[in-house]
Ligand binder design. Structure first.
Ligand code: NAD
Ligand code: UGA
Length: 348
């Protein structure tokens, strides 16, 4: 029986509700439905405007806590977004990254199997591994999943995510759906280093930071790797398509991506420089030229990369009628506009 958006008796648990995707999903659930939300996170700065909402109960707690896991699994629908998912941490903090992306979600999956909750678990497009530059479209149930050697600790995150997928798929009685996001981008993504976070954020936030600070954009290994960037608003629409699909999404893994938005990182840098110059009314030539940097020098020993990640999106389209819509330049402009406004006080 599909969930009804106007059914005020439904409560959805969102774990990681204070994160980039979680904050957008929380807003959408509260705006588009009459549901209640049980939100769990260890960080609430993105959702200050929701903390007193009478339809929400928030718990500032760690998913590593077994009691917290049991509380979450009591709800009929559990969306799990909690994870360490910043590549700059995959090398130096591999054991912590693996616990975050395997131990904690596996315990939650077991609790959901016991309670009968529908677990919608966010995995990653990185489960496709070390894909080469000539990689074909990646299909959920057919593509090979190939990782680099253990010394390439970059794959700590992806191997943990993949093990969680296998664990979930093998658990007796669990009602599950796995989501494999392909580089979601949008307002509120990550942080500005030195202001509200430390280290290297994902590429959108890192390039935005460099633009706002007047520094060169860094092209890792020449910026030849390609990604298909997907608007976080499309991502939220996917979750709604899934939630309203009855049983069609059960026991399935879905790519969620926008193949129309494929670019190399060098091209992404070029587009972001042009959009930034236009938004600020600056001549393009006044912005510093991008700089090429070595991957291990930039991220640390053990860094490795996927050279192309192009999703097949047929499954989401056929089973759920979902297709991502937002063009790359639209989401880049929206994100840069937000970034400039949000961090203008901290530009220097
Ligand atoms: P994010 O870092 O912005 O959000 C994750 C949230 O989870 C944060 O608010 C964090 O505080 C919280 N969290 C982490 N560990 C926790 C714990 N132990 N207990 C409680 N809360 C915890 O990340 P995001 O971009 O919103 O990603 C959400 C999920 O989607 C992650 O599982 C990530 O691996 C997956 N994903 C995201 C993308 C993307 O493009 N954004 C791509 C692939 C996969
Ligand atoms: C990310 C993260 O692993 C996860 O958030 C997520 O699970 C995954 O994407 C996904 O979407 O499935 P990655 O795509 O490598 O992995 O993320 P970024 O850090 O945004 O890097 C994208 C590309 O830009 C990489 O080739 C990286 O080397 C490059 N890059 C990054 C630069 O050239 N310069 C930078 O300043 C930052």
């Amino acid at each position: 029986m599909p969930l009804q958006f106007n059914d005020a008796s439904v409560t959805v648990a969102i774990v990681g509700c204070g994160g980039f995707i979680g904050s957008h999903l929380l807003d959408a659930v509260l705006c588009r439905t009459k549901w209640r939300v049980f939100g769990v996170d260890v960080d609430f700065y993105r959702i200050q405007h929701r903390l007193n909402d009478e339809r929400c109960e928030f718990l500032n707690a760690d998913l590593a806590d077994a009691d917290v896991v049991e509380r979450i699994a009591k709800y009929p629908v559990v969306v799990n977004l909690a994870a360490i998912c910043i590549p700059s941490r995959y090398m130096a903090e591999a054991p912590t990254v693996i616990r975050s992306n395997y131990d904690h979600p596996a315990a939650l999956a077991e609790a959901c199997a016991r309670s009968g909750a529908w677990l919608i678990h966010f995995s990653t497009s990185e489960v496709y591994g070390r894909t080469p530059a000539d990689s074909a479209e990646l299909e959920e149930d057919a593509s090979e999943l190939v990782f680099g050697p253990v010394s390439s600790s970059r794959w700590s995150y992806a191997t943990a995510k993949l093990l969680t997928e296998r664990f979930i798929a093998g658990l007796d009685g669990l009602r599950w759906t796995v989501v494999r996001p392909f580089n979601f981008v949008g307002p509120y993504m990550d942080f500005m280093p030195g202001v509200d976070g430390e280290g290297i954020p994902r590429v959108l936030a890192n390039f935005s930071t460099a633009l706002v600070r007047g520094e060169p954009l860094k092209l890792v290994n020449g910026g030849k790797a390609c990604r298909t960037f997907t608007s976080v608003f499309d991502a939220v629409d996917f979750v709604f398509a899934l939630l309203s699909s009855g049983d069609k999404g059960l026991s399935q893994a879905f790519n969620v991506g926008n193949p129309q938005n494929e670019v190399s990182i060098a091209e992404l840098a070029d587009r972001m420089r042009r959009i930034y110059a236009r938004l600020k009314g600056l001549p393009l030539e006044s912005l510093p030229e991008p700089e090429v940097v070595d991957g291990e020098a930039f991220y640390g020993r053990g860094y490795d990369d996927s050279l192309r990640r192009l999703p097949s999106v047929k499954k989401a389209e056929n089973l759920l009628g979902f297709r991502a819509q937002v063009p790359l330049d639209v989401v880049l402009e929206e994100s840069l506009n937000w970034f400039i406004g949000h961090y203008s006080y901290a530009a220097d």
